[in-house]
Design a protein around this ligand. Structure first.
Ligand SMILES: Cc1cc2nc3c(=O)[nH]c(=O)nc-3n(C[C@H](O)[C@H](O)[C@H](O)COP(=O)(O)OP(=O)(O)OC[C@H]3O[C@@H](n4cnc5c(N)ncnc54)[C@H](O)[C@@H]3O)c2cc1C
Length: 379
């Protein structure tokens, strides 16, 4: 595991989160340029191509098997690279999460032709990857009906296509106007397993809406995508059975997601620690929180590397909830450390952005409410 849990030990070795000050994992190289773009990534469309940057720095390849063009490192390394970006910008971290999670969907697809077709451009950052799986995940847990429907097409109508797909994916991240693929499930009108497809922006009937008017994370290309009679064939299938497939990809989907919380909490703890006047008040809490955060990070990395979460999903659900709480506590300690200054524009560097960024953590699917429901059902 690269630079993982030892990164920010209890002594708060780093005294600042300036460019290059922290991080030994793959994402550390990004620190210099990313610190410069944190605010514009959050509030507008910055003049940088995040995916190309990630590809240049090897982040799209982290944790992908060497035989498929990756660096052959571990999934813990992938989480660490997502965490390191989140120390500077949750927008960048969220984009890498979306892109890298889609890559994982392609890597684990039981459709090798699709993998060969899609992977090279995803790894080079030329094509964006997204996961529109919120609705499907809630559907599998019995929380809501499927909103995307696959209607069979007769051979007479189209010999090469099997379905016409209709529906709306209300929120999708990393749908870049230059081209994207989205992993999304579509329920066939006849009973049977629900297939998962890779819907590409160049397929007829795939339509990206305007960027959603978000309160932050505006550089993350979040939009609704409508699927209007999209002619879909077996070649577009990532997997033929959503329920089976979700069990296979869930450890990475959720585990990678935890990286966003880890990095954001680390950034807030470090900033709180830098406020010497308040240190006496906050230090014991900061030390305790940092210890818990890094202990949970170690448990996450170990579980991802030894495959524990495939047979014990509840352990991963509990960790995802714990990380969300660590973020909340870290933000409150940072606020306490800044005091009233936090409320003055441009006085508390990065605080307002982190406060907005932290609002994503409990609501991104699976939301804390959803995880708590699932945990209660597993008892
Ligand atoms: C910036 C941003 C980017 C996003 N990007 C993506 C993306 O890339 N891909 C994607 O698929 N989705 C994405 N989403 C969507 C997100 O993951 C959620 O699906 C979306 O926020 C709506 O889910 P919700 O649970 O809040 O909504 P609702 O289902 O309307 O739920 C509202 C509230 O009720 C709770 N709730 C729901 N059902 C129950 C129940 N049965 N019992 C008790 N409580 C319940 C929820 O937890 C929530 O607190 C994104 C969202 C945001 C904000």
């Amino acid at each position: 595991m690269s630079g993982a849990s030892g990164l920010w030990p209890l002594q708060f070795k780093p005294t600042s989160i300036q460019a290059g000050a922290v991080g030994t994992g793959a994402g550390a190289k990004s620190a210099g340029w990313l610190a410069h773009f944190s605010e514009t990534l959050d509030q507008g469309t910055p003049s940088i191509d995040l995916l190309r940057k990630f590809a240049f720095e090897g982040l799209t390849r982290t944790g992908v098997p060497e035989a498929l063009g990756g660096d052959g490192r571990s999934w813990a390394d992938t989480v660490e690279s997502i965490a390191e970006l989140a120390q500077y910008s949750l927008t960048a971290s969220f984009v890498l999460w979306s892109h890298r999670t889609y890559i994982e969907c392609v890597v684990r697809s039981n459709n090798p032709a699709l993998r060969e077709r899609e992977l090279p451009k995803l790894l080079s950052g030329e094509w964006a990857g997204a996961v529109g799986l919120s609705n499907a995940m809630k559907f599998v847990c019995g929380l809501e009906p499927m909103e995307v429907i696959a209607k069979p097409i007769s051979r007479a109508e189209s010999p090469e296509h099997k379905w016409r797909v209709n529906g709306v994916l209300s929120w999708v991240t990393n749908v870049r106007s230059s081209g994207f693929s989205i992993a999304a499930a579509a329920q066939p009108s006849a009973p049977g397993p629900v297939p998962v497809f890779a819907f590409r922006s160049d397929m007829p009937g795939v339509q990206r809406g305007e960027d959603l008017a978000l309160i932050g994370l505006r550089g993350s290309d979040v939009a609704a995508v409508s699927l209007n009679d999209v002619p879909t064939a077996a070649e577009h299938r990532l997997h033929d059975n959503l329920t089976v497939w979700l069990t296979q990809v869930r450890p990475q989907f959720l585990g990678f997601q935890c990286g966003m919380s880890i990095g954001l909490a680390r950034a807030s703890i470090a900033t709180a620690h830098e406020r010497p006047a308040r240190r006496a008040i906050s230090d014991p809490h900061l030390v305790g929180l940092s210890r818990d955060l890094e202990a949970d990070t170690g448990i996450l990395y170990e579980g991802l590397n030894n495959g524990r979460f495939s047979s014990d999903p509840a352990a991963l659900f509990r960790l995802r909830i714990a990380f969300a709480r660590h973020v909340q506590q870290a933000l409150h300690l940072e606020l306490k450390a800044w005091g009233g200054q936090a409320y003055l524009e441009d006085q508390a560097s990065g605080f307002a952005r982190r406060w907005r960024e932290s609002a994503l953590i409990p609501v991104i699917t699976p939301s804390l409410a959803q995880l708590e429901i699932q945990l209660s059902l597993l008892k």
